[in-house]
Write a protein that binds this ligand. Sequence first.
Ligand code: ADP
Ligand code: MG
Length: 628
Amino acid sequence: MSKGQINVQTENIFPVIKKFLYSEHDIFIRELISNAVDATQKLKALSTMGKFEGDLGDLTIHVKVDKDAKTITVSDRGLGMTAEEVDKYINQIAFSGAEEFLQKFKMEDGNIIGHFGLGFYSSFMVSEKVEIVSRSYQPDAKAVRWSCTGSPDYEMEEADKADRGTDIILHVADDAAEFLEESTIVSLLRKYCRFLPIPIQCGEESHWEKPEGAEAKEGEEVKEVEVKRPRIINDTHPLWKQSPSSITPEQYLEFYRQLYPMTFEEPLFQIHLNVDYPFNLTGILYFPKVRNQLEIQKNKVQLYCNQVFITDQLEGVIPEFMMLLHGVIDSPDIPLNVSRSYLQSDANVKKISSHITKKVADKLEEMFKNDRENYEKKWDDLKVFIEYGCLTDEKFYERAKNFILFKNVDGKYYTMDEYRAGVETLQKDKNDIVVYLYAHDLATQHVYIQSAKEKGYDVLLMDGFLDTHFINLLEPKLEKCRFARVDADVMEKLIEKDEPMPAKLSEAEQTSLKELFEKCVDKEKFTVQIANLSEGELPIMITQNEFMRRFQDMQKLSGQGNGMYGNFEHYNLVVNGNHALAGKILGESDEARKEALTHQLIDLALLSQNLLTGEKLSDFVKRSVELM
Ligand code: ADP
Ligand code: MG
């Protein structure tokens, strides 16, 4: 018997890198700059420890794009590498075999490698040849030049380099020529490297300034002239890395504008995250005013690892409702060189994500407890976020239930407990169920709201676009409680009490009244009911069954507006048999007038529900004139 190892050839690594990383090939710049920053930080650390005694000098990282020579050069003044180190860190690792390569970078879920840092080797995605010219910080180190054309063979030789540090020279391949535009590189640097701690310079930019020492002539202003200055890409001390106690509200706002120059609305408030145990996490999360288009508001939180931008596609990485927030999250515990599916399943990322959720809930609770008045002022803008959180994250609901507010039609706010205590006695029906009445539109439901108020009932304003979902969530959680929209039925039925109202009309009269109205409406759309309400109630009302309506609302929300069930809007036409007009119509001897009066009443009801339009509206106006 003989044992052996299948030898996987390394020749094919580069085609693999090119092919699989094609869609994400711009990350090479992030990788090269991160390495340059690492090398610089390491040298600074050595200097602090007294192991490097030279002068650190200017540590700016330079990125040069040379379109004619077809090169991109990244130069740092970090700790550099000796020939041995190049051999160890560059040669050995990548050429240790395709097996390791495939293991390390294996595709997940059949996905293309996706969000992936390949470190130094990602530069081969855009290069036909890569050179490293490096000189170690060590006093008598010799400079070394390494070059490789993408086959496993590389060349190493001594080089001339006066200064310490490393130049990485990419000879850009023809199919990646777009990267030879300085503007492309600048925008990539701004995307990935905007907040790195070491200054990065690429090209120059124009400033308009008054020349120094220039004196204005009589009656003239000094003219500004164009001056070219090195273009520095990054803000080396981003706000989230600073101590919260030293930051003013204006600075938070300014940072917000820096992050989202195209967003004009100011955030409501922010949370500054600063955790060092059990993991390291910093960041600033802003609460925006959440409007009803949830999707376009997502993907604004930016994820960083040690100030290097990783992604703003956080679907599945943080809870869905957290994606409505804005701002940055930075953690060295988030793996940099991974695909998103890896991010989603990473244990650290999960811990971080639930920690953030907790922080957010804590902040809201603290605001509610410490300054309720202010919290109430912000509630209308916070509501969608909190409802969305409750709907998508059970744990969040458990935390939020103490600071969820109900707002009534008079603009007063209550916690859920307060509200229950307030309406419990009066709004309990004969089955001991407390009925929470609500309206979704103050103007169109005015009649119904009035009718509730006349009975001393309170009416909540539920005008948010998630409210129907939210009510469905709350109902089973709140014991012995039911929500009913004010127009779901007549008040007497919505909150049914023990003692029914006596009827003024006989059974026979009620039947003929019903038939009369049925003759005058579209039966597909309306069901006529005769109800015995108090005389003071309206003579006629249109109501819509609570559950039918909710079902419809939910369908509309999920984008199936006129979906497979079509438009099945159905209403009840409730005629108050005890109202004086009911008797009057029944007693009318002129048949034509009787019908006209019936139509008139129906139209009035339709009108109050905004259901009377077009020809029917014209008919109504004409008939009104005639009847007068
Ligand atoms: P990683 O950064 O994850 O270690 P890389 O492939 O990006 O992997 O880099 C491999 C190694 O090469 C680094 O760990 C570092 O030791 C060395 N290296 C790369 N770029 C530089 C540089 N600009 N200066 C000094 N050392 C470098
Ligand atoms: Mg690296």
